[in-house]
Design a binder for this molecule. Structure first.
Ligand code: PLP
Length: 384
């Protein structure tokens, strides 16, 4: 099997796994316990927090460990929206249709169940939220804006420093979902200028089921997990010590090896984009042609059932993704692709190919050799 789905998840780096192992059976204390075994576990969590803070260029108490990227997004949106409304009465939330469900479903719930007002930010044809669309949408009742750093389905990178600056001058809290971006982009929160930033471990060779939220000092949140005083009172529950250790080591390695990893995937990615567009009729790149993640290629093929294509690719030995939330029998195009303005006959045929540390030129050769035939076959079946 050739794995081309690194945007969905990544294997755990062996060095990360090695760092985690002692915390299952040797240093298994509860970080809140006062005895030495507890203190050792607490020291491990402290050290992990230092590693994360050093990558983000922030203070230790600005890092909150969570159970995943989704939880970080939930805590950021719900926690900040509620705290801001309590303090100021502001009720408007700005976000975009290309956000991960962890953000847009949370925003929709805040509107539906909690009395907030939601405005979808305009995007350009590549799914970019531009500074102009942000400026157009802000008003003096805006509590919070949430715009992702890089998109998981179409790879587009948003101009976060510019957007965050517009939020700052208008006294609006700014959150960015950096879960997909973290593997390749700079996470310096000073440069980004955000109040809140979400991370998830399994997108950068860390374990699944662990995440972090950066909360800039002074940004008030209402916690959604109440209980013990862990994580500065913002996320109760005994910390998952081995996973937090793994998360931090994976992030440290990612920052250290970023340039090398980009240099590895980008030429492979460029070959995929170039050859697919050249050899496959009625194909288009989705997302931004330049301002996109270096490991990310995404396409739409006209009159192709994306799910069928994925099954055919799977049978041929390739693990890819569509980005479409199709259910068998009732195919619905992805909301992200649809929001870019593609008609149904294009939007249903989406394909995402994402590379990573174990991708090789051979993998890419073999994929590019197989794909045109499979698209052709899927198209024929679509016509019947
Ligand atoms: C994967 C992903 C998430 C969800 O993270 P989990 O750790 O899987 O919960 C959120 N946002 C983006 C952009 C993602 O790519």
């Amino acid at each position: 099997m050739i794995y081309l789905d690194y945007a969905a998840t990544t294997p755990v780096d062996q060095r990360v796994l090695d760092a985690m192992m002692p915390y299952f059976r040797e240093v298994y204390g509860n970080p809140s316990s006062l005895h030495r075994l507890g203190q050792k576990a607490e020291a491990a969590v402290d050290q992990a927090r230092e590693k994360v803070a050093s990558v983000l260029h922030c203070k230790l108490d600005e890092i909150i460990f969570t159970s995943c990227g989704t939880e970080s997004d939930n805590l950021a949106l719900r926690g900040a929206a509620m705290a801001k409304r309590a303090a100021s009465g502001e009720k408007w939330i700005l976000t975009s249709k290309t956000e991960h469900h962890a953000v847009c479903k949370t925003a929709e719930q805040l509107e539906k169940e909690f009395g907030f007002l939601l405005e979808w930010l305009d995007m350009d044809q590549y799914g970019t939220v531009t500074p102009e669309s942000m400026r157009k949408a802000v008003c003096n009742q805006t509590a919070l804006a949430s715009v992702m750093y890089a998109n998981n389905e179409i790879g587009t990178i948003n101009p976060i420093p510019e957007l965050a600056e517009i939020a700052r001058v208008n006294n609006i809290l700014f959150h960015t979902d950096a879960v997909q971006a973290a593997a390749y982009l700079d996470l310096n929160v000073k440069k980004l200028g955000v109040n809140l930033l979400s991370l998830g471990g399994h997108k950068f060779y860390g374990p699944k089921g662990v995440g972090a939220l950066y909360v800039r000092n002074g940004t008030k949140l209402i916690p959604h997990m109440t209980g013990g005083g862990q994580e500065y009172g913002l996320r109760a529950g005994t910390q998952n010590v081995p996973y937090i250790v793994g998360f931090a080591e994976a992030l440290r390695l990612t920052a250290e090896e970023r340039e090398k990893r980009i240099a590895h995937v980008k030429p492979l990615r460029d070959r995929i984009i170039g050859e697919v567009l050249e050899t496959i009729p009625d194909s288009q790149l989705t997302g931004h042609p330049e301002s996109r993640l270096p490991n990310h290629a995404s396409f739409v093929f006209k009159d192709v059932d994306g799910n069928l294509l994925l099954q055919m690719l799977d049978s041929a030995g390739f693990a890819c993704s569509s980005g479409s939330a199709c259910k068998t029998g009732n195919p619905e195009p992805s909301e992200v692709i649809t929001s870019l303005g593609y008609s149904r006959d294009w939007a249903l045929g989406s394909l995402r190919v994402t590379l990573g540390v174990d991708s090789t030129p051979k993998h890419v050769d073999s994929f590019l050799k197989s794909l045109p035939e499979l698209v052709e076959k899927a198209r024929k079946l679509n016509q019947r």
